[in-house]
Design a protein around this ligand. Structure first.
Ligand code: FES
Length: 1190
């Protein structure tokens, strides 16, 4: 191996790596680079281990000994690179390009200063993707940037700020270049400014490009000379050529790849005259996703359009690429016309058999794609023939031409508009200014330390869990004998090893550390293996044998839970007015239901914990990725049976959480603590992505059943809605998230997720609004307007609210988006375009903020002033990407009247802030900000006499003098919390402290033949009070919005019939990537909005923006409605969430979907006939039901 890592770490890394490999007998050929880098370098992150997220991106530079050239630099996922493949290769990690100790590289600087990092876990990978691009193209185009970032996932930022940072390297202007068609983004900025209140200064800039250091390509790292001399001859061996067609065609005989052969190159010949070749694909996500179905088609004509050769291949319809050989054979000699197309579709559907039980599901959709692609190819070839022989072929009807246009991935353009600070504000006062994330530079250089980056402790052990493979079963036996034989294994830990509490009763049903007698879901932890390395721990965990005895009933879905009356208590109901009477007087009644799928948190940093027993008085340090350290402390102490005071929980920062690092993080910490307690060693427990997704639940799948009574003029008078949440197997936070009806099922327990139930409930409401619109003949926008709060009113739980800012957001959004004119334009477009349709939707939002109970929103802070004038600040909030520490430093800076650089935040710990509340519900800044303010004001009060005596003195002089006068320079601060309450008996209360308002307008275009879509534009107006940090807040809105796009249009969880999660990584579970964000996006913060109850009149906003992602869902609904109307499918219809390409395609019924359904019916009737003949009419009723199900 000739491997060189930049920096002087090369030898250390190599030495450690080899020692590790030999000691642990790891197979060198599969030992991935991430493992080697993890020895000393913290920048290359583990995100998924499967090359699907980009968190471990490094740059590879290769020297080609024959040509004596350095081949191009390329970015690569370190987790996929076997070390043995790095012959003659230089590997550059994020540490190699810049650091705070030497010089921060321009890429690192710009990404940080453009606010491109929030939790920072994806940031080093982003940096390396851009760095590799710049090494090849120092002045990249905008297209190259989006292409370079296509493989890097970010769950937090919404990508816009990352793109903004990258754009600063482009030579071409940042503008969209659409001036000539009157749709230029710069003009949009000017238009937006016109809407602003003239008395307020509005700003459009979140960073200043002038302060960036220039990129100087001559200063970059050179190819290491050591590699130029150390290269060896290439590996020898014979070469052979085989036909690519044959590889795909039958995979038999000598024309296939042998296991020991490597594909070196693919030669694609030029097409001949009269030959046409095309390729098609449709995936769950446009970039970085395996196709659901793809196809390659080729036709060669003789004598004009007589088919001489024809090849059709499909992927995604079998376990290998499949050739439609017989179809092609049958069509030889035919003319390229409609008759041939019909025959081709019929034959190909017959030949490419896809049984109803085919792996991967989506069978009807995949069959439809098979013929839809064929149709596209037919039109493409027809168009080419028409160009070649204009007089011989008829024109393709204009509206059919839309089938031929592929969606072009545009370069996202954006505008962010916020109210500038008052001209009179002290320049040093940072509140209200777009300040960079406190850890931005450390994120970008890879120096930011996350839980798994903490250096190994002496004799530390790794832990791997053994989880249940059954959804509901009694545990008959656990046999760990084989596991204990694996080298390096120290122990196997299970329920009997828990010293005190193994079950926790926060509600009626318990939470479990280890399963004891029975398992209640696939993925429940049964036992754990501790070993000297994670490789050995995992190997041993796989050898633990558990015998089960199945238990009844098995409940997986909401429908099954309703059938078995399986619910968690309490179930609640809210009533307002007399709904029955109202139903009597309405003109029309709409009844229906909508299904909303769950969502995986997909925080980039998986669940992680390091427990270090201190060896004295049962003290333990717990370093953990959590939103709630006090809860971890409580559960670990209770589990071990020690006082809380012995457990010290520390959190520096976490790589995202979104509600997923509360109860589960505590249970996982207990597992590690029990292992550490038993073995006396430090125990590190880092969940890999697959297990993280399997074990931890996510957002609750929901069904909303509704009955709505309304008048013909659009007024809604009566609504009766039942909401059902799939809570999974234990209550966790479900009862808090969803107070009405939580189903108890045999799935891993679902939990809190950004929005806390609102995104599902809101979607149900907006869906029946669509139904009312369809039935009343009015537009959804009109129905929303008619029924919107207009004056001071009461909610259905009788809390008063003033909707003024809701109405302002709505009206501003209508204006800024140009909703009415764009709606007309979309309708015009739809008239001209049969196979592509546009849709547009505007959605209002009233998002409640509050915890419903004072004790849940109390907060504390601790501020020390040292004699050198520096300030150490801590509080109970957790930094998970939302910029809370940055905002707290802004607060301290304003209150103490010192620069932010004087204030430092180190970590959140139960040793400094006891009994802190969870960082949840968008409330971190609100409540901790109050506490920090309180502590700082106490300190300033103590210093005031000294300042008054020496008003011209400096901060340092005052602090020194205070010390001389024995004045306490340390203070705690406290906030007692908001006074919310709810009386469920009476169905009234004041559970929320205030409301956030907003509106979003989105426009999309769909491809009716494939179900693909493109997000064209989104305009958001949000009322967030007075922003403490507009850069952070706008980033939160955008990030949440993009996560909402994922929830409502893309992210699909799939389970086996036995409740095992199939979608266990980024390969199967798709979250939005850079090309999924709207091409144009504008965010405006509502001006002149005050919120007297919160710090500096701000509002907690981390969650609210997610719901606005449903504006894309309803824009898609609008486009589908346009298709159905054109094709005579009148009446209301319902689309479920996520509105995937499959749902869109199948809702756009046409001749191809009909062909598929007709074939299906034919097959069903044939099956029915065969069964009837063989077993007689006795079972007829049964077959009828099978028929119906099918
Ligand atoms: S900033 Fe991108 S995942 Fe955290």
């Amino acid at each position: 191996i000739c491997l060189l890592l930049h920096m002087n770490l090369v030898y250390i890394v190599l030495e450690k790596m080899f020692t590790m490999m030999f000691e642990k007998k790891a197979r060198m050929e599969v030992f991935p680079l991430t493992k080697a880098l993890a020895v000393r370098l913290t920048g290359t992150k583990y995100g998924c281990g499967g090359g699907g997220c980009g968190a471990c991106t490094v740059m590879l530079s290769r020297y080609e000994p024959v040509s004596k050239k350095i081949l191009r630099h390329c970015s690569a996922n370190a987790c996929l690179i076997p070390i043995c493949s790095l012959h003659c290769t230089a590997v550059t990690t994020v540490e190699g390009i810049g650091s705070t100790k030497t010089r921060v590289h321009p890429v690192q600087e710009r990404l940080a200063k453009c606010h491109g990092s929030q939790c920072g876990f994806c940031t080093p990978g982003m940096v390396m993707s851009i760095y590799a691009l710049l090494r090849n193209h120092p002045e990249p185009t905008l297209e190259q940037i989006t292409e370079a970032l296509a493989g890097n996932l970010c769950r937090f930022t919404g990508y816009r700020p990352i793109i903004d940072g990258c754009k600063t390297f482009c030579k071409e202007p940042f503008c969209c270049q659409n001036k000539e068609i009157g749709n230029c983004c710069l003009e949009q900025e000017e238009k937006l400014l016109l809407f602003s209140n003239q008395e307020e200064k509005v700003s459009l800039f979140l960073f200043s490009a002038e302060e960036f250091q220039p990129l100087d390509p001559t200063q970059e790292l050179i190819f290491p000379p050591e590699l130029l001399v150390n290269h060896h001859a290439p590996v020898g061996g014979g070469m052979r050529q085989i036909s690519l067609c044959d590889i795909f065609a039958d995979r038999l005989g000598s024309n296939t790849l042998n296991p020991e052969e490597i594909l070196v190159s693919v030669h694609i010949p030029h097409s001949r005259k009269g030959e046409f070749v095309s390729a098609f694909r449709q995936a769950q996500r446009r970039e970085n996703a395996l196709p659901i179905v793809n196809a390659g088609m080729r036709v060669f004509f003789e004598e004009g359009d007589v088919i001489k050769e024809f090849s059709i291949f499909y992927g995604g319809v079998g376990c290998t690429t499949v050739s439609a050989k017989q179809t092609c054979q049958a069509l030889l000699g035919r003319h390229w016309d409609e008759g041939m197309l019909d025959e081709a579709c019929r034959l190909v559907l017959k030949e490419i058999s896809l049984p109803g039980s085919a792996p991967g599901g989506k069978v009807e959709y995949r069959r439809t794609l098979i013929v839809s692609f064929l149709f596209k190819f037919y039109l493409e070839v027809l168009q080419s023939l028409k160009t070649m022989y204009p007089s011989r072929y008829p024109d393709i009807p204009e509206k059919y031409e839309s089938a031929l246009k592929n969606f072009r991935i545009g370069i996202p353009q954006s505008v962010q508009m916020y109210q500038d600070v008052d001209a009179g504000q002290f320049p040093q006062d940072p509140v209200g200014r777009p300040i960079m994330h406190q850890s931005g530079i450390n994120h970008a250089t890879g120096e930011a330390v996350y839980c798994d980056d903490i250096r190994a402790v002496d004799e530390e052990l790794s832990l791997a869990v053994v989880t249940s493979s059954r959804p509901h079963a009694r545990i008959v036996s656990i046999d760990a004998s084989e596991a204990l034989k694996v080298p390096g294994v120290v122990d196997v830990i299970s329920a009997p090893n828990v010293p005190a509490a193994n079950e926790f009763y926060y509600f009626e049903d318990p939470e479990f550390v280890f399963a004891r007698d029975k398992v209640i879901c696939v993925g429940q932890v049964v036992c754990a293996v501790v070993a000297d390395s994670d490789v050995h721990a995992k190997q041993a965990a796989a050898k633990v044998k558990i015998e089960y005895e199945p238990l009844e009933p098995l409940i997986l879905t909401i429908e099954e839970a309703i059938r078995h009356n399986s619910f968690f208590e309490p179930q609640r109901k809210l009533e307002q007015g007399n709904v029955d009477e109202a139903f009597e007087i309405v003109d029309q009644i709409l009844e229906g239901e909508i299904h909303i799928g769950g969502q995986e948190h997909f925080y980039m940093e998986t669940q992680s914990v390091l427990v270090v027993p201190k060896g004295e008085d049962k003290e333990m340090d717990v370093y953990v990725s959590t939103q709630h350290p006090a809860f971890i402390q409580e559960m670990v102490a209770s589990c071990l049976g020690v006082p809380f005071s012995r457990i010290m929980c520390h959190v520096k920062r976490i790589g995202g959480a979104f509600g997923g690092k509360l109860m589960k993080a505590s249970l996982l910490s207990c597992i590690a603590a029990v292992a550490a307690n038993k073995t006396g060693h430090a125990v590190r427990f880092i969940l890999d992505r697959g297990n993280d997704m399997l074990i931890t639940g996510g957002r609750h799948p929901t069904i909303g059943k509704y009955k709505v009574g309304f008048m013909n003029d659009g007024r809604i008078l009566a609504v009766d809605v039942s909401y059902y949440f799939n809570g999974g197997c234990t209550p966790e936070d479900s009862i808090l998230v969803w107070i009405f009806c939580v189903c108890k099922t045999n799935l891993p327990s679902n939990t809190a997720f950004r929005g806390f139930g609102f995104p599902q409930a809101g979607l149900v409401t907006e869906s029946w609004i669509m139904g009312v619109a369809a039935k009343s003949g009015l537009s959804p926008q009109k129905i929303r307007e008619i029924n919107m709060y207009k004056e001071i009113s009461q909610t259905h739980y009788k809390q008063e609210l003033d909707p003024e800012n809701l109405v302002r957001c709505w009206n501003e959004c209508l204006e800024k988006s140009g909703y009415h004119s764009r709606r007309k334009a979309a309708e015009e477009f739809n008239k001209q375009s049969y196979w592509k349709k546009k849709g547009i939707a505007i959605i209002p939002m009233k998002f409640p903020f509050g915890f419903g109970k004072r004790s849940l929103s109390q907060a504390a802070a601790l501020v020390h002033i040292y004699t050198d004038g520096s300030v150490l600040l801590t509080h109970g909030g957790i930094e998970m990407g939302q910029g809370i520490h940055t905002k707290m430093i802004q607060v301290a800076s304003r209150e103490l009247k010192i620069p932010m650089s004087n204030v430092y935040f180190c970590e959140t710990s139960t040793t400094t802030i006891p009994n802190s509340c969870a960082s949840v519900g968008s409330g971190g800044t609100d409540v901790n900000g109050m506490a920090v303010k309180d502590a700082c004001q106490t300190l300033l009060k103590r210093l005031q006499p000294i300042i008054s005596e020496n008003p011209n003195g400096t901060w340092n002089e005052w602090v020194k003098e205070a010390f001389e006068q024995s004045i306490n320079l340390s203070s705690t601060g406290y906030f007692r919390g908001y006074d919310g309450y709810m009386d469920w008996e009476k169905g009234e209360g004041r559970p929320f402290d205030y409301f956030l308002y907003g509106a979003a307008c989105s426009e999309v275009e769909i491809d009716c033949l494939t179900g693909d879509h493109k997000n064209i534009r989104t305009d958001i107006v949000m009322d967030i009070g007075c922003s403490i940090n507009p850069a952070v807040d706008i980033g939160q809105i955008e990030g949440a919005f993009v996560q909402g796009i994922g929830l409502y249009t893309m992210e699909e969880l799939k389970y086996s019939p036995q409740g095992a999660l199939y979608t266990r990584g980024p390969d199967q579970y798709k979250i939005p990537v850079v090309c999924d964000i709207p091409e144009q996006m504008s965010i405006s913060l509502l001006s002149s909005s005050q919120n007297p109850v919160a710090i500096y009149s701000s509002k907690g906003l981390g969650e609210s923006g997610l719901f606005l992602g449903c504006s894309v869902f309803f824009a898609l609904w609008d486009a589908v409605a346009a298709v159905r109307q054109e094709r005579g499918q009148v009446g209301s219809f319902v689309l479920n969430s996520p509105l995937s390409p499959e749902q869109i395609r199948m809702a756009c019924a046409d001749r191809f979907t009909e062909m598929v359904i007709a074939l299906l019916l034919l097959k069903c009737s044939w099956v029915l006939f065969v069964f009837s003949c063989s077993v007689g009419p006795y079972f007829y009723g049964y077959y009828t039901s099978v028929w119906t199900c099918t």
